[in-house]
Design a protein around this ligand. Sequence first.
Ligand SMILES: [Fe+2]
Length: 282
Amino acid sequence: MSDLLHLDEQSVRALRTAGETGEPQEVTHALRSHDLLTLEALADLAVSLPADSIEHNVGALPDVVADGRAPTLDLELREMILGLETNGAWCVVKNVEQDPRYSALLDSCLDEIEDLVSGPGRAYHREGFVFLSAPGSMTPSHIDPEHNVLLQVQGTKTMVTGRWASPEARADEAERLVGGGHRNLDHDVQEPVEHHLQPGDGIYVPPYTQHKVVNGPALSISLSVTWRSRALADEARVLRANSYLRRAGLTPTAPGTRPGADRAKATAISAAERAKAAVRRR
Ligand SMILES: [Fe+2]
């Protein structure tokens, strides 16, 4: 059993099911007072990483920001992070695994959970993001193309997850994202379910789940650990194939509807990717 994630028999069972059904699943963890996740430690981390690892903006955004452009706060980075209690900003420190201490922390969190959700040995591309957000700030309605466990470290936040009206509706947005579209959605979360996260709570959010995050009344620190899996990579290939077919005037079926067709599409795209890579190497 992992020391950092509290996975009892029931949560192990639930996570295995979540991996199959694509339903979000709440978990609990022991990262609340971790030395690497204090505001001071995270401000030090942020200034030590390349500038493109940090993204920040003003915290008060509407529920929908379809073009993905949000205004930023004009402050020095360390000052902005240490002032988060009062300055109203939202900040994400991306790819914290660039620092070996944080990489080890991600490993401790994910060694167990990845295999449960994605199948033993089928997960890869582990990445960590720390979200620092001022009281009341919000992350608008969006989807992400990877598996994600969000662990609430300090303060509270509400994760609102949604349900797609149909597999086709999910596939349309996933295809748009895989084709280079922005992760933000042009609509609010549909059939919303609220997950109220206290420090010590977490939630597994499956790929392409529509969700938004609303911060509680205090500074919030959360660690989001993401990974990919072979099944997910195959699904992305099917989505790319569908996009080609659509441009050719056809109406392809959503991934998961016809496994035989999915395999053929994934194989074709895989061959095209290999051919492209070979041409590039020459
Ligand atoms: Fe997200």
